[in-house]
Design a protein around this ligand. Structure first.
Ligand code: FRU
Length: 478
């Protein structure tokens, strides 16, 4: 058996060995993507190809920690029902032996091409990085083609996560990078044939003309064109918390502007965060066959207490966000849950909640798998929604703050995240057994978070000190 076969067999044995333990975990999600065992992080290679959506993911099957990642693989016809496919890539070659790290997919000449970073650690603990290609005829089994781009001068080996696209007949690849002065950057390569790539330079980053100090490393960039603009989505590491901003261990957001690939130069505005919650990182988008731009992110953040998740003793950790459709409105990214999710709706209930100094328990059959749509008719001062004793959403009309609180999984403390609104028009909330995603005002703001209610605590309350009248629609998701 070669190294690739050995790793596959070992991983699948681990899936088999632990499936009962994993599947009995009360925090297994009902309608989110998660690993069959072990650790999942970034979404990779997201594409719709020949009618089928493929979503690969960073997978460590052997433990609930990081290490030599595989590319796990899910496929779907509708972005709602997912099938776990055979392993796409194993860290079995000299150029990827310490991890087939994040990357992307494009289709060309009837072949699916995936680009990923080969992570290599040498004996002294030093790091090497290689940008690699693998191709597939059926979208399931991949043939590695080896290294297609190497580390240019001036950067450290923290140089990874290729995202590839085609424009005017040429291919481009954006990568996350760190300069030798420890500045985070997004860099560009180009190619005419997907095999030979040449380095163009950086397009923006920390300590450049347009940005002061802005992080020591940038990860998982994605360049998309939307509404006539170019958008760079990227994950800067090393930003200091600032008021409501940059509260997570690492950040994820975007710049809107105009990219001139040939120079290369990206003229852009300010950095905006993509999510206001606790757990959102490494988003990746694809343009599907219907022309929609769809985003999926890891509902986790590196270096953020993952060993305290209560799923760890049951040998798995992390999940993806729901897929969201992106649009650009006045240079602001709007995220809406993809409409296919409506096919999961069952047992619609409509309630008018009218309260004054009171609390009302919502009549919900399965708060561990529920969608809520809340439209306020009248709010005198504010209100809160309490989710299964483990998280609260609090709206304060006077200062326009919307706050998500959750019980920490590290200790008895409460953690908070906020955003500011001009008004509150609607809330679309997706509850799964251990996740909550809140789309505010048609997706102008989103809070994504894991939460771990005590199984059996099934109460969702609406609470108000002054007058409120709120319409609530709920569905069981199944
Ligand atoms: C982001 C990241 C990527 C890297 C991958 C490794 O979460 O650190 O930069 O490719 O995870 O799993």
């Amino acid at each position: 058996m070669n190294q690739d076969q050995e790793l596959r067999e070992k991983a699948m044995n681990r899936v088999k060995e632990y499936q009962d333990i994993v599947n009995l975990d009360p925090y297994r999600l009902y309608y989110h993507i998660m690993p069959p065992v072990g650790l999942l992080n970034d979404p990779n290679g997201f594409i719709q190809w020949k009618g089928v959506y493929h979503l690969f993911y960073q997978w460590m099957p052997f433990k609930t920690g990081h290490g030599a990642k595989f590319w796990g693989h899910y496929s779907s016809e509708d972005l709602v029902n997912w099938r776990h496919e055979e392993i796409a890539l194993t860290p079995s070659d000299w150029y990827d032996k310490n991890g087939c790290y994040s990357g992307s997919a494009v289709a060309e000449n009837d072949l699916l091409h995936v680009f990923y970073t080969g992570n290599v650690r040498d004996e002294e603990g030093g790091r090497e990085t290689y940008q690699c290609l693998a191709v597939s005829k059926d979208g399931i089994s991949f043939e590695k083609q080896g290294v297609v781009a190497r580390l240019p001068e001036g950067y450290t080996a923290h140089f990874r996560d290729p995202k590839v696209w085609k424009k005017n007949g040429r291919w481009y690849m954006v990568l996350g990078a760190q300069t030798e002065r420890l500045e985070g950057r997004a860099v560009l390569f180009t190619s005419t044939n997907l095999k030979e790539w040449s380095f163009l330079g950086d397009i923006t980053g920390s300590n450049t003309e347009q940005l002061d100090e802005f992080g020591y490393m940038w990860e998982c960039p994605d360049v998309i064109s939307l509404g006539g603009k170019d958008v760079l989505i990227v994950c800067p590491q090393g930003l200091k918390a600032e008021g409501f901003h940059y509260q997570n261990a690492h950040q994820s957001g975007y710049f809107v502007g105009e990219l001139d690939e040939r120079k290369p130069e990206f003229k852009h505005g300010e950095f905006e965060e993509l999510d206001r919650g606790f757990d959102f990182y490494a988003p990746q988008t694809t343009k599907d066959e219907s022309g929609r731009r769809i985003l999926v992110a890891w509902m986790g953040v590196p270096d953020q207490n993952e060993q305290h998740h209560p799923t760890i003793p049951n040998q798995w950790v992390h999940c993806m966000t729901l897929p969201r459709e992106l649009t650009l409105n006045n240079d602001k990214l709007i995220q809406k849950p993809i409409q296919e999710l409506r096919t999961l709706r069952r047992d619609e209930k409509n309630t008018k909640v009218s309260l004054h100094q009171a609390a009302e328990k919502l009549d919900i059959d399965h708060p561990e798998k529920t969608e809520l749509f809340i439209t306020p008719q009248l709010i005198e001062e504010g209100f809160e929604v309490s989710f299964r004793g483990a998280a609260r959403l609090i709206y304060n009309k006077a200062d326009g703050t919307l706050t998500l609180e959750r019980n920490s999984c590290v200790d008895e403390s409460t953690e908070v995240r906020h955003c500011r609104l001009n008004e509150l028009r609607d809330l679309n909330i997706f509850l799964d057994s251990s996740s909550i995603e809140i789309f505010v005002n048609g997706g102008e703001e989103v809070f994504s978070a894991r939460y771990f209610p005590y199984p059996g605590n099934n109460h969702v309350w609406i609470i108000a000190r002054k007058d409120i009248i709120i319409n609530v629609t709920s569905w069981t998701m199944s």
